[in-house]
Design a binder for this molecule. Structure first.
Ligand SMILES: Cc1cc2nc3c(=O)[nH]c(=O)nc-3n(C[C@H](O)[C@H](O)[C@H](O)COP(=O)(O)O)c2cc1C
Ligand code: SF4
Length: 685
């Protein structure tokens, strides 16, 4: 497919962009006392060098530390910050892109205000408490870290008065002026995501009856006055973008797309050059995966389309937009630019790869929310699939000083990633996989988590492209490995899923499946040890029909037929058990999820965990936390007892080989652990 629309040049105000791909604001939390640090500049510069048309920095506070949400965010409140903004601008320009800084007052979420004893500025005092039920699945450590920005202090609120609002407008003007003096190409006024301007726009938060509340023109006044004043200050030297919510999920009287379109026109009339259409959810602990980080592909597409119809200035769309969808949206006139947030955290080189016709080489974001979880702790994001995020020094793979013969045992994500990096660095790599396909547990996890599929496809594509020798259906003994005499051996054989011990007599009258049994049952691969004759027949038929060649087929077929009884107990409510419970319940099973620990869904990143628990409950899953309940259902699935296991490594070590053990074979860390541990070893060889 060609990406002609996405890769065509475009204009926002006086700014000409080389293509339509935008890096939206994402907090890196790498600033030092409000200054862009070297690491933060390296992050943005890597995306600029990767071909992105416009770089927007993570949200900065115009009056920092006043109205700040983080101790590590950019500040625009003092001239002393100008040199670091200029250093960033020079670096981005040197890499061929344009720079926009996002400026904000964080209003009701300004944790730094709380920490420093100031009340949070709001249009109206909040009424009603947030439903915090989701936090029951947080560990004590997570709960403690959630209070990092506010230093654990209790928030107080102040209804903004005329003086406060005049000050806020002036702070935006001064912040934008500083940014312009430092050489940026644009500012983005943050009027979304529950921050101060947004709370004035939204009838859900703004209950005022003065000139700042009530009618839509009044609610829009703070935004329009800021845009107008900033425009008057900076003239046409820089462009102005305004970020708006196209929707407010879970908020009574929250913004709708048609209201967003009216605010967009107001912003345009006040002097804005572009509207960036995002969305938000009122309760971050319940609905974060709706907004501001949607889990649905192109979830906000319709909001952008509605805004685009109302305005004449460019519209930037966002929200899990793939290159294909983005190209189509632009070609159809639904928007003018597309932001790719997490996808550009996962792979900074998207644009260059599209230009070079290497679509399949783009490392996919797997929608796991590991990155943004760190923002809840006021920390820099980590990426499950890209260890170089916030650590750009390791992004470039340095050629190996001595070419080695590297033998990898196991073709799951850890083995594949190690093979990819080792081969990229010039080593001669061979990979042995006992089963008939690559991807290991990650491949099977697509059954419940389809977003993992593209990662497996990408890893396979890359190792084949790089010429890694792949041997499927080959289980080597330690002796055979010795005979092949590799220079280095990497063991990535994954974890083992144990069968419950015989002491659990309460299982005696149930059919007990492990994850491996279930895999065999559904795909026809492997052996089903403990299923009914009927289930074994299904497994055989599945094998004959080669049903397992595509997991999407297994997923859809499982909606029509599952060889499991109506009542199922899933033992182990961690990441795997929770997703499995939801999957089975969505297929009409009455599921009881039993977890010994106090929390469900660990170690899933918090936003996804909260949503997964909510969805499982919505599907009728019975949750038993802190429980060792006796099982009485016919079918029992053990999703808990997963242990690292690498006996072949011990054998090899005993005979003097250099062996590295990575991924779940070394320490249970799922995809993130697999990719990161593989990188550490393969970069150092
Ligand atoms: C780690 C992280 C930090 C974010 N910080 C900001 C921010 O500072 N300001 C903002 O407007 N949006 C922020 N967002 C939201 C993104 O700009 C974007 O709208 C969102 O990720 C949806 O786009 P995507 O699906 O392409 O990732 C952040 C997102 C992530 C992943
Ligand atoms: S951490 Fe997960 S969600 Fe975030 S960018 Fe990486 S793969 Fe995507």
């Amino acid at each position: 497919m060609s990406f002609g629309s996405l890769l065509s040049a475009g204009e926002i105000g006086a700014m000409t962009l080389s293509n339509r791909v935008v890096l939206p604001a994402m907090d890196m939390n790498l600033c030092d006392d409000g200054d862009f640090s070297k690491a933060e500049i390296a992050h943005y510069t890597a995306r600029a060098a990767g071909g992105v048309g416009l770089i927007i920095t993570g949200t900065g506070a115009v009056a920092w530390p006043n109205g700040g949400c983080s101790w590590h965010q950019p500040s625009f409140s003092n001239d002393r910050h100008i040199p670091s903004i200029r250093a960033l601008a020079d670096s981005i320009h040197g890499a061929g892109s344009k720079l926009c800084v996002q400026i904000c007052h964080h209003g009701k979420t300004a944790g730094v205000d709380t920490a420093q004893g100031r009340p949070l500025l709001v249009p109206s005092l909040p009424d009603g408490k947030l439903d915090l039920a989701a936090l029951q699945d947080n560990t004590m450590d997570e709960l403690a870290k959630l209070g990092t920005a506010s230093q654990g202090k209790q928030a107080t609120y102040k209804e903004a008065d005329e003086d406060d609002l005049a000050w806020v407008i002036d702070q935006f003007v001064q912040g934008a002026a500083r940014a312009a003096r430092a050489g940026v190409d644009a500012v983005e006024i943050h009027a979304a995501h529950g921050y101060l301007i947004n709370t004035f726009l939204s009838a859900g938060y703004n209950k005022r009856t003065d000139r700042w509340g009530g009618a839509i023109e009044n609610r829009g006044r703070l935004m329009t006055e800021i845009v107008r004043a900033v425009r008057a200050q900076v003239g046409n030297t820089i462009a102005i973008s305004v970020r708006l919510n196209g929707m407010e999920y879970g908020l009574q009287d929250g913004m709708t797309p048609s209201e967003a379109a009216i605010f967009a026109v107001m912003a345009q009339d006040a002097g804005a050059d572009a509207i960036h259409v995002s969305a938000n959810a009122h309760n971050p602990f319940a609905d974060f995966t709706d907004g501001p980080l949607p889990s649905g592909e192109a979830q906000y597409r319709e909001f952008a389309r509605i805004v685009k119809k109302a305005v004449t200035i460019p519209v930037i769309a966002v929200g899990r937009i793939t290159p294909e969808i983005g190209n189509e949206m632009i070609a159809r006139g639904e928007c003018d630019f597309v932001s790719m947030g997490r996808q550009l955290l996962a792979d900074p080189d998207i644009v260059n790869k599209l230009k070079a016709d290497q679509r399949k080489s783009i490392r996919p974001c797997i929608n796991c929310y590991v990155c943004v979880e760190q923002n809840f702790f006021d920390a820099p994001p980590k990426c499950a699939v890209n260890p170089a995020l916030c650590n750009e020094d390791i992004a470039e793979l340095v050629p190996a000083p001595h070419v080695k013969r590297v033998l990898i045992v196991g073709g799951g994500p850890a083995g594949l990633e190690a093979a990819r990096i080792a081969a990229s660095r010039g080593h001669v790599v061979s990979l042995y996989e006992a089963s008939s396909r690559l991807g290991g547990t990650a491949w099977f996890s697509q059954l419940t988590t389809p977003d993992n599929g593209p990662l497996v496809d990408w890893l396979e594509h890359e190792v084949r492209r790089l010429g890694v020798q792949i041997f499927l259906k080959t289980r080597l003994s330690a002796h055979e490995i010795k005979q092949l005499a590799p220079d280095e051996v990497i063991v990535a054989t994954g974890a083992v899923r144990n069968r419950p011990s015989n002491e659990r007599t309460d299982y005696a009258r149930s059919r007990v499946y492990t994850g491996d049994d279930l895999r065999a049952l559904l795909t026809g691969e492997g052996t089903v040890t403990s299923a009914s004759p009927q289930a074994r027949l299904v497994a055989r038929l599945a094998r004959l029909a080669r049903i397992s060649s595509k997991m999407s087929r297994v997923r859809s077929l499982s909606r029509a037929y599952l060889p499991l009884s109506k009542d199922i107990t899933v033992i182990g409510g961690g990441l795997v058990g929770l997703e499995l419970a939801e999957f089975l319940a969505a297929r009409g099973r009455r599921v009881t999820l039993v977890e010994q620990g106090a929390q469900l869904g660990l170690p899933m990143a918090m936003p996804r965990r909260w949503t997964a628990v909510k969805r499982a409950v919505d599907h009728g899953v019975q949750m038993r936390r802190s429980s060792a309940d006796v099982v009485s259902t016919r079918d029992v699935i053990c999703a808990g007892d997963v242990v690292a296991h690498a006996p072949i490594a011990q054998e090899l070590r005993a005979s003097g080989s250099v062996v590295h053990v990575i991924g779940d074979a070394n320490d249970i860390g799922y995809i993130e652990g697999a990719i990161h541990s593989a990188g550490e070893i393969a970069r150092g060889m």
